[in-house]
Design a binder for this molecule. Structure first.
Ligand SMILES: Nc1nc2c(c(=O)[nH]1)N[C@H]1C(S)=C(S)[C@@H](COP(=O)(O)OP(=O)(O)OC[C@H]3O[C@@H](n4cnc5c(=O)[nH]c(N)nc54)[C@H](O)[C@@H]3O)O[C@H]1N2
Ligand SMILES: Nc1nc2c(c(=O)[nH]1)N[C@H]1C(S)=C(S)[C@@H](COP(=O)(O)OP(=O)(O)OC[C@H]3O[C@@H](n4cnc5c(=O)[nH]c(N)nc54)[C@H](O)[C@@H]3O)O[C@H]1N2
Ligand code: SF4
Ligand SMILES: [Mo]
Length: 705
């Protein structure tokens, strides 16, 4: 037995861990690393059980090829030859646009994966999809329409106030601008500093339990709530007038557009009191001088995500809640080179208008990516440009997408489906080839991804591979598979801004080293196995440059969307008296980890949670079997009382269940909520984001059928 130091990469908490390895070089135990200066011993159940993921009997240990209904072993080189030959044939017949790739959330488990997949797509000319456009695509729309503050938002660490809307980072351990490493500790520290926390969530979420003010709103009414907050702020004159004068365009148009959203009207729509809304506006804009808003999947999956996100962002804009000239940059960069931070707006690029639109629904590309919810339609719609091949890395798209019936049909219609995937997931089951990579403790890595996404502390960690791949396995890094396919296709792949040598495959260590261009040499980072908080040369925010732009707070398209919100009928839809909301569970990560023994004992399936009064109103009791019915589908569920929910709201976690054509018992594996969701109806028109929260449903007792 020996112990080694590493960090968990299941989510972006990147918790430092100590890993026990037995004499056969198997990881047998994982615990939090108290020497890690950032996460200080914290690790959640997922990380503590990650050895069971690595040692899972269902893990794929050899490349597989689908022959008939079965997957059989194939040598890696042979598999790569066959995949490349098929890609080549498809390109010859239909052009490279008939190829596509999808990067899932598993890409955060390996820093090299994301840039390599992008490099592959660019090299071969394949269409690029990612989980971002089935997750929080509204954020990209808003960056493109409203603009971005180049220096970044006010840091959480120095904020007087923070508003969380539709985000629960204490469970998701994910956020765009809040530190999430050891998140409960971070929130407690913030509260001790006097930071006021406002939470907008239909549920008394884990985050809401720490809130100074919680608006327990009716799901799907965030646009009205955010408009209502802006209306109060602008009416009372609580905006930062100097900031608006220098950096904002369209303030009067915004003022006029939000004016109809009076406190009484919003209160009625959102099921809160006018006083609560006014208190929130006062706390955010008048009492506090610094601090911003962070949204999550609760708002991006509910209806009208683009205007909702726009208005929540505008709260920070009109109050000028950004790093200003002379402010200290919290993390100038450790692994990543420092870049100038300017106190200026990068004006709205509206890039989505300039790029080609999708042939199937005219949906836009965001940041050059095609829209993931349109992928099944892209595959199933005949004609030039039809997608015939899909390579999935770090994703379980067959489960992640709405409407598993259509999605499965589409994936079966592909000429070529390749999964770079360690587990026999539902997507892997459909794949023509499965190429398994080494998992977490079998691979070296560094915290580059985290520093790129959101890390407010100048911290870095490197981990070597702690154990070799399992004996007699044939695994390959995603980077190797993608490089090898490019080589076979005669294409040059680029990574970290450089063209890779196409004669000798790059090692994972080479690629990791290529990512690092910061002030601290990689060797120095390697010398602190538990990670280290560095003290880089301080950096301050510079003044604006000559090409500074302005935030556009009410462009015509956003105004039209807000008008539609104003005119929309609120309240329940006839025949569907509940609203089903999305929510994440601590024990699983989307579709992963459900099968681990310890996790199974805790969450064997995904229950339907409802307020106890609603359970009683339905004449049911805990454990009763029900059917959840939407306009799109029906699923079985077991009901569970949960007094954190607002009355009339039910919640259920996604990522459970099997493919529609696999016989599976709900009690054993749960069920996919995605049967209740349509790929085509009720979608955001711009980027086709489906309505995946605040879904109108009814609950039928099982006996009624
Ligand atoms: N344990 C765990 N962690 C995860 C994941 C996981 O599956 N499990 N998934 C990862 C992924 S892929 C992502 S994108 C992130 C997401 O991270 P978050 O966005 O923080 O996701 P959730 O924890 O589901 O929190 C969403 C909150 O939105 C609320 N909500 C639902 N509908 C509405 C609404 O209409 N309005 C408002 N205001 N709130 C609403 C829900 O009650 C919930 O508290 O988490 C990541 N981390
Ligand atoms: N109904 C409903 N649907 C949803 C959501 C919802 O809230 N409700 N949430 C949406 C969101 S936010 C997202 S991001 C998507 C998630 O969509 P996906 O990212 O497609 O789904 P995951 O289940 O996170 O898949 C991650 C995969 O990565 C694999 N993996 C783990 N480690 C490695 C590794 O080292 N290398 C490789 N190559 N693979 C690895 C895992 O085994 C797993 O299969 O789902 C979306 N779908
Ligand atoms: S919070 Fe849990 S899953 Fe996320 S990195 Fe830490 S231990 Fe891993
Ligand atoms: Mo996500």
């Amino acid at each position: 037995m020996r112990e080694a130091t590493s960090y968990c990469r299941i989510c972006l908490g990147y918790c430092g861990v100590r890993v026990t390895v037995d004499d056969t070089e198997r990881v047998v135990k994982v615990r939090g690393d108290f020497d890690n200066p950032l996460t200080q011993g914290y690790a959640c159940i997922k990380g503590l059980e990650s050895h069971a993921f690595q040692n899972h009997p269902g893990r794929v240990l050899h490349p597989l090829k689908k022959v008939g209904d079965k997957h059989v072993r194939i040598g890696l080189a042979e598999a790569l030859d066959e995949i490349a030959a098929q890609m080549k044939a498809i390109i010859a017949e239909d052009g490279p646009q008939a190829l596509s790739v999808y990067r899932g959330t598993g890409a955060q488990a390996a820093s090299t994966m994301g840039p390599m997949i992008l490099g592959f797509a660019k090299a071969v000319g394949a269409q690029f999809f990612s989980s971002m456009t089935i997750d929080q695509s509204a954020k990209w729309v808003v960056a493109d329409r409203l603009g971005i503050w180049a220096a970044g938002k006010d840091p959480f660490e120095t904020a007087d106030v923070w508003l969380f809307a539709g985000a629960n980072p204490l469970v998701s351990v994910w956020s765009w601008s809040t530190p999430v490493q050891n998140p409960v500790k971070r929130i407690k520290e913030a509260k001790a500093r006097g930071t006021k926390i406002i939470v907008i969530d239909p549920r008394v979420s884990d985050m809401a339990k720490f809130a100074d003010l919680h608006l327990q709103i009716t799901p799907g009414e965030d646009a009205a709530v955010a408009a209502g907050l802006l209306n109060i702020i602008l009416r009372e004159g609580w905006e930062d007038k100097a900031f608006c004068k220098d950096h904002v365009h369209g303030l009067e148009a915004l003022r006029a557009a939000v004016a109809p959203f009076t406190p009484d009207m919003v209160a009625q729509r959102a099921g809160i009191t006018a006083q609560e809304l006014m208190t929130a506006a006062d706390l955010f804009a008048r009492q506090a001088k610094r601090g911003n808003v962070v949204t999550g999947t609760g708002t991006s999956m509910a209806p009208n995500p683009n205007i909702t996100e726009h208005l929540y962002e505008c709260l920070g804009v009109v109050c000028g809640r950004y790093l200003r000239e002379g402010d200290a940059v919290p993390n100038p960069g450790v692994l990543r080179a420092r870049r100038p931070r300017r106190a200026e707006v990068l004006g709205p690029a509206r890039g989505f208008e300039k790029r080609p639109k999708s042939r199937v629904r005219g949906t836009v590309q965001l940041m050059g990516e095609a829209s993931t919810p349109t992928l099944p339609e892209e595959i199933l719609t005949p004609g030039p440009g039809r997608i015939r091949s899909l390579l999935v890395s770090g994703g379980n798209l067959a489960v992640a997408l709405p409407d598993p019936t259509t999605t499965t049909k589409a994936f079966k219609a592909l000429d070529l489906l390749v999964a770079l995937e360690p587990m026999m997931t539902e997507t892997a089951r459909l794949a023509h080839y499965v190429l398994p990579p080494p998992v977490m403790f079998e691979r070296p890595d560094n915290t580059w991804t985290l520093e790129w996404v959101n890390l407010s502390t100048p911290y870095a960690q490197y981990t070597p591979a702690i154990v070799p791949p399992p004996k007699d396995s044939e695994l390959c890094f995603e980077s190797f598979a993608l490089w090898s396919l490019c080589k076979r296709l005669g294409k040059q792949i680029r990574f970290a801004g450089k063209s890779l040598d196409m004669t000798t495959p790059p090692s994972e260590e080479d690629l990791l080293a290529m990512l690092v261009d910061g002030a601290v040499p990689l060797d120095e980072i390697k010398a602190s196995p538990s990670g280290r908080i560095y003290a880089p040369e301080p950096q301050t925010v510079e003044g604006p440059g000559p090409s500074a732009g302005r935030f556009d707070v009410m462009p015509d398209d956003a105004a039209a969307e807000l008008k539609a919100v104003l005119n929309a009928k609120s309240g329940t839809v006839s025949g569907y008296d509940f609203r089903l909301i999305s929510r994440r569970m601590r024990e699983v990560s989307n579709s992963t980890l459900q099968d681990l023994p310890e996790i199974k004992t805790r969450v064997p399936f995904n229950p339907l949670c409802a307020h106890p009064d609603d359970v009683a109103r339905l004449g049911l009791s805990d454990g009763a079997r029900v059917q959840v019915v939407s306009a799109h589908g029906r699923i079985p569920a077991v009901i569970e009382s949960d007094n954190t929910l607002k009355r009339g709201v039910v919640s259920m976690t996604h990522g459970f269940g099997r493919l529609p054509d696999v016989k599976a018992d709900y009690d054993q594996v749960g069920v996919s909520v995605s049967h209740l969701i349509s790929l085509t109806e009720d979608c955001e028109p711009l980027q086709a984001m489906p309505r995946m929260s605040a879904i109108p449903v009814r609950i039928e007792p099982e006996a009624a059928r």
